[in-house]
Write a protein that binds this ligand. Structure first.
Ligand SMILES: N[C@@H](CCC(=O)N[C@@H](CS)C(=O)NCC(=O)O)C(=O)O
Length: 210
């Protein structure tokens, strides 16, 4: 298999961390998102959604979303489990992930894509051009600030990882959102002691620099 990747892309980073946790290192093809390579015909032929990550399997199948890639890798390389070890744990992780992705990831992306000059007419991913809306940048920022504060209740309930005893995709998602938010100078609240403890611990994992 091989991974279409971009070093600066948060979603691609989620897959790189996951692969590193599994001890996998497929060849990577760097896609120049800043230069618009994802919109060129050659890459559209690979992924018509014009996004990375894309995992291409040995039989030529292409998986074009983080969720699909994670699901495939977890089923094919079950150890160490990153998506839950029991039905209860799998469901709890899916629940946490929903909140992290919908309240965290989309909030930071909404702010970033509607605010950053380099994203002009790229307010949404995909083949079509969408203009930036400054009000959405502001709304995304408010949502992201609220999410960073809300993480504390998840981290307090957890121990040592967000879903209990084992590192999981919920930790990967939350860690990547926090680092993505820092590009907008949004940080964890100073008083969020449990989140800061958890963040320091997960950030020290070797996979995180993958
Ligand atoms: N649904 C996809 C979304 C991936 C995505 O949004 N990737 C971004 C980078 S983080 C991208 O490729 N952006 C291309 C662009 O900005 O045009 C997934 O979950 O992997």
């Amino acid at each position: 298999m091989k991974l279409y990747d971009c070093k600066t892309a948060p979603s691609a980073r989620r897959v790189r961390i996951f692969l590193a946790e599994k001890g996998l290192a497929p060849p990577r093809i760097e896609v120049n998102l800043r230069g618009g390579e994802q919109l060129e015909p050659a890459f559209r032929a690979i992924n018509p959604y014009c996004t990375v990550p894309v995992l291409e399997l040995d039989d030529g199948t292409r998986l074009c979303s983080t969720a699909a890639i994670w699901r495939y890798l977890e089923a094919t390389y079950p150890e160490p489990a990153l998506m839950g070890r029991s039905a209860r744990e799998q469901a709890r992780i899916a629940d946490l992930q929903w909140h992290i992705e919908h309240e965290g990831f989309t909030a930071v992306a909404e702010c970033f894509r509607n605010a950053v000059p380099g994203m002009k007419d790229r307010a949404l991913t995909g083949p079509l051009a969408y203009a930036q809306i400054p009000a959405l940048a502001e709304r995304g920022r408010r949502r992201a600030v609220a999410f960073l504060a809300a993480l504390e209740s998840m981290a307090v309930a957890a121990g040592p990882y967000l879903c209990g005893a084992h590192f999981s995709v919920a930790d990967i998602d939350a860690l990547v959102v926090i680092d993505f938010a820092s590009r907008l100078h949004l940080e964890l609240p100073a008083e969020a002691a449990a989140t800061r403890r958890w963040y320091a611990e997960v950030s020290a994992r070797p996979s995180v620099s993958a």
